[in-house]
Design a protein around this ligand. Structure first.
Ligand SMILES: O=C(O)c1ccccc1NCC(=O)[C@H](O)[C@H](O)COP(=O)(O)O
Length: 213
């Protein structure tokens, strides 16, 4: 994701070319393509390869996995050419780093939260703090208690879980994350993004970014 002062935006669970084209036009920083078996937004490699070609240069293509086999992860890397990986399951540092592709690691902030949730995966590009409990899937549309986020961890993280156009202004202004990630909150149905919600979400993040800090 490009290095800039603004809050990065990742639109995840993208399944349609027109939605991706609009996301790029709106200036998001990353497009998430889901390969987790437990997702209603899951793509097969052929679909993902076609969608990947719609993504404008300079915008990250994030391939999202949840405890998928290493051989399948490598096939997606070879055939879809993601610029970032995202691991949502129990993947450890060794597994995540083995592919030689920069990655994001999801951290379960729902349920029981580890005493130092932001201490692992030191070589991840960023963490993705999400509302699932350990072992749970993402893409739920539910938020978590943002006060659980440790302050001054020094770690770059994307805030995820239940964000939408009507709460992302508050989220950016209270949490000041490196980035925000959204799937359900910009949808009309799983995998089907809503153009008005996409536009409003980006406008609200940019409105928050325009405030003095
Ligand atoms: O999005 C999914 O369907 C999904 C399924 C299984 C594991 C992870 C999944 N998504 C992870 C993401 O990065 C989502 O964007 C994140 O959980 C936020 O989702 P939402 O609360 O719907 O905005």
């Amino acid at each position: 994701m490009n290095a800039s002062a603004h809050t990065r935006i990742k639109f995840c669970g993208m399944t349609r070319a027109d939605d991706i084209a609009l996301a790029c036009e709106l200036g998001v920083d990353a497009i998430g393509l889901v390969f987790a078996q437990r997702s209603s937004r899951r793509l097969d490699i052929e679909q993902a390869r076609a969608l990947r070609d719609v993504v404008a240069d300079g915008i990250d293509v994030v391939a999202l996995f949840m405890d998928n086999e290493a051989a399948y992860v490598q096939r997606v890397i070879d055939e879809v050419r993601p610029t970032l990986l995202q691991f949502h399951g129990s993947e450890d540092e060794a597994f995540s780093e083995a592919f030689g592709v920069p990655y994001l690691k999801a951290v379960a902030m729902g349920g029981d939260v580890a005493t130092d949730p932001l201490s692992r995966h030191a070589r991840a590009v960023a963490l993705l703090l999400d509302s699932h409990a350990a072992g749970g899937a993402g893409g739920t549309g539910h938020r978590f208690d943002w006060s659980r986020i440790p302050h001054d961890s020094g770690r770059a993280f994307l805030l995820a879980g239940g964000l939408h156009p009507d709460n992302v202004f508050e989220a950016v202004n209270t949490v000041h994350p490196w980035g925000v990630d959204v799937s359900s909150g910009i949808e009309s149905a799983p995998g089907e993004k809503d153009t008005a919600k996409m536009r409003r979400f980006v406008q609200e993040v940019r409105r928050a970014d325009s405030l003095p800090r």
